[in-house]
Design a binder for this molecule. Sequence first.
Ligand SMILES: *[C@@H]1O[C@H](CO)[C@@H](O)[C@H](O)[C@H]1NC(C)=O
Ligand SMILES: *[C@@H]1O[C@H](CO)[C@@H](O)[C@H](O)[C@H]1NC(C)=O
Ligand SMILES: CC(=O)N[C@H]1CO[C@H](CO)[C@@H](O)[C@@H]1O
Length: 441
Amino acid sequence: MGLLGSGCRLLFLLTAVFNKGLLSPVTGKEAWNYVEVRDGAHMFWWLYYADSPSAGFMDLPLVMWLQGGPGGSGSGFGNFEEIGPLNRDLEPRKTSWVQAASVLFVDNPVGTGFSYTDTPDGYATNVAMVSSDMLVLLRNFFLEKPEFQSIPFYIFSESYGGKMAAAISQELTKAIAEGTVKCNFAGVALGDSWISPLDSVMTWGPYLYTTSLLDDNGLADVSSAAEDVKRAVEQQQFEKATELWSVAETVVEQNTNGVNFYNILTQDPDEKSSSSAGEDFIALQTRRHIRPLHSQSLSELMNGPVRKKLAIIPRNVTWGGQAEEVFSNMAGDFMRPVVDIVDQLLTAGVNVTVYNGQLDLIVDTMGQELWVKRLKWEGLPGFNKLKWTALDDPASPGVTGAFCKTYKNFSFFWILRAGHMIPSDQGPMALEMLKMVTRQA
Ligand SMILES: *[C@@H]1O[C@H](CO)[C@@H](O)[C@H](O)[C@H]1NC(C)=O
Ligand SMILES: *[C@@H]1O[C@H](CO)[C@@H](O)[C@H](O)[C@H]1NC(C)=O
Ligand SMILES: CC(=O)N[C@H]1CO[C@H](CO)[C@@H](O)[C@@H]1O
């Protein structure tokens, strides 16, 4: 977008802000704050109290939303592009999750969104560190807002957020048992989640081939690039695996004329994102996977009217300014699976939901089916035997919007006509799923 374009956009935003009363949701209450989770490492949270015509917030669940990347901001993308009370144009969102739950956005890990570190060694380097930081945040949050300690608390997530959500759920379960965090943890939902990275990469070829996006030659190329990733993972060379994952994506782009990794029915909206001369793979991957979450118009909103409204963002902190460092610090952890953590959650009796978009490529449904079938969970044979149930799309009664299956503590939702960002693509269906998972439907 040129200078003129962004100027017009800004003017439009300012006008919208004045028209809508300074970015406030129509009636709901909100709160936000920072928590210093380690020396010099500051995490930002933003809470919208549930705003329902038929129930008070004390009678509705609390949902924490975790964005992917790592480095994508929930307070920005999840809030204004997916499930928050206002959309990016600051108009009320019809399918806002705030009508069925209080929603807590946390910019996680440290360095994401409005979260920041004062020193270069303040970033998390693996999901264990991400979890311990989040536990400090949650302990503080539930002390600052004790009215939420008894309300059923769910973690919903997307993409890499799901990998973090699994690890966080495990630590949270322990902390509650030890009495160090006071909350009523009721379950975790893993949306298009990077639980088993290799299963995703290995199924890209077959998925694209059966949907007419690869020919035989392309399938051979993509499969060979995926085998390289597999070899690195098997040798536990995880940083190398991350680099080869990036190469495999380039091979996909070249053979599909730039299919969009987040929705196979679209092409990459940017210019082809293949590596440019001299660019390292971290820069390429943040451009591919963080930039779509941090569009120019969203950055202008967050670094303009939103930071002004919040009034606690330090002067030298830019929303999204440390995203690339967040990603690069996690590069050695990126391709590690957390299937064993999901297994431990199920064994511990945590309610786990997996939901996945039919049109997502980067975390395709085929890959999710593969790791689910490898769970050691004792309920798996029962789950496998069960037939799925078709769900009507609330937006088009009579048309199937999803399939679902629940056995004991485990549910799977297959969301039709949605890509990677399910609530953006199929808002009414996503809201219905939220109600089902939180036992309101
Ligand atoms: C912001 O400024 C403070 C005080 O000068 C400094 O300690 C801190 O490192 C800076 N933080 C960032 C994110 O640049
Ligand atoms: C898990 O889900 C089951 C069935 O919906 C429910 O009975 C149970 O209370 C849930 N567990 C927790 C911890 O909320
Ligand atoms: C609803 C349900 O089946 N809950 C189960 C969750 O897992 C724990 C631990 O295995 C069981 O005790 C519960 O019955």
